[in-house]
Ligand binder design. Structure first.
Ligand code: NAP
Length: 265
């Protein structure tokens, strides 16, 4: 994998109106990256654009839904016409829900997959021709530690993030010969508004309120991983330990998870 200098690169970041996406927009702006940002909240996006302008080149913002093909097309056209190309595609927009699988619905499952997986996959497919012409191009997928280990009461989200893990690994192999890198970032609990933006809250998660790392920490780790051409990172020590425990003794982690699930009932 190629090492890269971020200065002068051109990026698309989805879900950049808050949380990790906003932190990434600012971290990259500070390193000389020019970005097109996509999210649904116009006011929040304007605030992020103004914040990028204070530290670097002002970002271009697109108010739209990542599941809408027209919005995906618009960000790519803007990258081509306003930035002169694309080097980094950051698939960050994501949503979740809480509750048992049994009490869930096809609509919630479909909405979570539509945002977390299908939109990212189709935006990437659409972006590949312009990425092929980019400078040391990279697709950056913001997955989750829950894309490596499932936990109770958020099965739709875990499934969507497992899909992102598998797809990222397939894509990495397919694009290696074209010089396009694929980085999978798997954050653990991160202090953002994520838990307040659930598409459906059927229960209060037992671990809600658990202390996490900051969005800025995840953004810094991601920027460094892009520079160093890493394949996969887990920017969260608690999450890292959980994945290690799962690898060493998946049955033990199964037992802990089942106990956690029983306690909630
Ligand atoms: N926070 C955590 O503990 C954690 C842990 C692991 C992984 N992650 C992952 O990190 C990523 C960012 O999450 P976050 O923690 O920063 O949560 P967040 O603060 O809720 O940010 C989510 C972002 O996604 C955008 N978004 C949601 N649905 C969208 C849609 N249909 N179209 C366009 N944009 C949409 C939101 O903007 P609008 O509402 O304005 O559209 C917002 O900018 C997600 O992929 C999440 O799964 C988070």
């Amino acid at each position: 994998m190629a090492r890269r200098t971020l200065s002068g690169m051109r990026a698309i970041i989805t879900g950049a109106s808050g949380g990790i996406g906003r932190a990434l927009a600012l971290e990259l702006a500070g390193r000389g990256v020019r970005s097109v940002l996509l999210a649904r909240s116009s006011d929040k996006l304007d605030e992020v654009r103004d914040a990028t302008a204070e530290i670097g080149e002002p970002a271009i913002v697109v108010v739209g839904d990542v599941t809408d093909p027209a919005a995906r097309d618009e960000v790519i056209q803007l990258a081509r016409n306003e930035l002169g190309g694309l080097d980094l595609l950051i698939n960050n927009a994501g949503v979740s829900a809480s509750g048992t699988f049994a009490d869930g619905s096809p609509a919630v499952m479909q909405e979570i997959f539509a945002v977390n997986f299908f939109a990212a996959a189709e935006l990437t497919r659409h972006a590949l021709p312009i990425l092929r012409e980019g400078n040391r191009p990279m697709v950056v997928n913001i997955g989750s530690i829950l894309g490596h280990r499932g936990i109770p009461y958020t099965s739709e989200y875990c499934a969507s993030k497992f899909a992102m893990t598998g797809w990222s690994q397939s894509l990495r192999a397919e694009l290696a010969s074209e010089g396009i890198d694929v980085l999978l970032v798997s954050p653990g609990t991160t202090e953002t508004g994520f838990a307040d933006h659930l598409v459906e809250q059927r229960i209060r998660l037992p671990w809600a309120g658990m202390k996490g790392v900051s969005a800025e920490y995840v953004a810094l780790a991601t920027a460094r991983a892009i520079e160093r051409g890493k394949h996969e990172i887990v920017p969260n020590w608690r999450g890292w330990w959980m994945l290690l425990a799962h690898r060493v003794s998946p049955r033990l982690v199964d037992a802990v998870m089942a106990r956690l699930a029983r306690r909630r009932r």
